[in-house]
Design a binder for this molecule. Structure first.
Ligand code: CA
Length: 461
């Protein structure tokens, strides 16, 4: 079966039914625009001036999910009828699921949003304390507000929930809940429109993305042990190595000499030219940070991450003003305003996280903010499955991506629920061109690991 459509009166393109189904959502959008501007014949069938979307009128939306139609001119009843039929391709939110995935060691907090056409999108929340608080917020006040909404209204949904429930946040679990919902809605949007998310973000500057090895847990290791950990990563061809201390952040400056030795040892291992960064995980005083920072400059390091407590903006300012090396921070900021304050304090690389900071909707705004200030956006990301893939899509569409993407878990544990997870080859992740996140769920494997969150399955009646 074939369908005909045209954007120019008198010129028709015939396409197979399957392709027509895939582009149906895009036609719906074009049609609305055409109706608004009264340009007859923009989307039509066999005759100039007729809107012909044959085949779609047979699908009916559930009666309870009424929606607004575009403003139509008098005498356009047939157009309105056809618009109703075409619009149903976009679907409304029918079910919201909040659950854990049990990996055996550790768990992830995921959200799945279904529309009434049977499509679904996956999202992930920040995993702090298992993501329990974020799942509670999704399953409670958010889910009820989502049912019946148009998933393409993700930015309106995000901002409406943000303001309606502002006193739950604006940071932490509340922000993580909104992020998980937004990622799921973008995945669903991709499924609906038949496009990968990077395409919906405006197109990819790159679909092959180098990564940096985020090597954690080094505070308790000697220099040789740190080097052994780095060597295991080098087999995967990272574009940069970052050493994280992950020390007790209530005991600052506890081993400055030891930290200096660890960094020098890794520099010797990698050689002078290899990109190296250092993450203090908020473990230094201003004086300690400046001392380590000068060593990092001597060793040619790429950036100095979270040298002081994340809430001490004045301390960031003192450290950044004393050093030439770029100071990085932002994984513990959840709002545009918070990141702007970091930039004002002299932070040159900001690191918001897509599973904490508004999902794609929030990160797009972060990109605009950092672009306006001329600082680098290098997202934080330590969730190896959904969050990681979402981050890759975002960076693919980011114009100024001057550094590789973070990756901290080369185990394949979280691949278990996907048929074709994104894996690196020759030091690069390659995004496919499948719709949404491009993750193909193995439903059997997912259900085997799924642990429902109490009250976390909310559906329209
Ligand atoms: Ca960090």
């Amino acid at each position: 079966m074939q369908h005909a459509f045209s954007c120019v009166p008198g010129h028709h393109l015939r396409v197979p039914a399957q392709v027509f189904e895939q582009i149906g959502g895009l036609l719906c959008i074009s049609m609305r625009r055409c109706l608004a501007s009264r340009r007859e014949g923009c989307v039509g069938g066999r005759r100039n001036g007729r809107y012909d979307l044959a085949g779609h009128g047979s699908r009916q939306r559930p009666a309870q999910q009424k929606e607004r139609e575009p403003a139509l001119t008098a005498g356009s009843r047939s157009v309105r009828r056809r618009w109703r039929g075409a619009r149903c391709l976009l679907g409304a939110i029918r079910r919201v699921e909040a659950f854990h995935i049990d990996w055996g060691r550790g768990r992830s907090a995921w959200v799945r949003v279904w529309d009434d056409a049977g499509r679904s999108g996956l999202g992930e929340a920040s995993p702090m304390a298992g993501g329990d608080a974020a799942l509670t917020i999704v399953a409670g006040p958010c889910a009820a507000a989502l049912l019946g909404a148009d998933p393409l209204d993700h930015a309106v949904i995000h901002d409406r929930l943000f303001h309606r429930l502002a006193k739950l946040g604006p940071d932490g679990a509340f922000a993580a809940a909104l992020a998980a919902i937004d990622i799921a809605l973008w995945d669903l949007k991709g499924q609906t429109l038949g496009q990968p998310i990077y395409k919906l973000l405006g197109g990819a500057w790159r679909t092959e993305l180098p990564f940096y090895a985020s090597v954690g847990g080094n505070a308790g290791r000697g220099p040789d042990e740190v080097c052994r950990a780095v060597e295991r990563w080098l087999a995967l061809s990272p574009a940069l190595v970052k050493i994280r201390l992950d020390a007790d952040r209530t005991r600052r400056d506890q081993d400055l000499e030891g930290d200096a030795e660890r960094i020098r040892a890794v520099r010797r291992l990698l050689g002078d030219g290899f990109p190296l960064a250092f993450d203090a995980n908020n473990n230094y005083s201003v004086q300690g940070a400046i001392r380590i920072g000068r060593l990092l400059e001597d060793l040619g390091c790429a950036w100095f991450e979270e040298p002081v407590q994340h809430y001490h903006l004045d301390a960031f300012e003192k450290v950044a003003s004393a050093l030439d090396i770029p100071v990085a921070a932002g994984e513990q900021e959840y709002t545009l305003q918070g990141v702007r304050r970091l930039i004002d304090a002299g932070v040159a690389i900001v690191q918001p996280d897509i599973v904490k900071t508004g999902g794609f909707t929030g990160m797009v705004r972060m990109a605009a903010l950092t672009g306006a200030y001329g600082v680098d956006l290098v997202p934080h990301q330590t969730q190896p499955a959904v969050g990681h893939t979402a981050n890759l899509h975002f960076v693919a569409a980011l114009a100024h991506a001057h550094h590789p993407c973070e990756w901290n878990d080369p185990s394949r544990t979280q691949d278990a629920v996907f048929r074709d997870p994104v894996r690196p080859h020759d030091g690069r992740f390659r995004l496919n061109d499948l719709p949404g996140l491009g993750l193909q769920v193995d439903e059997g494997a997912l259900q085997a690991r799924l642990r429902p969150w109490p009250g976390g399955n909310t559906a329209a009646r």
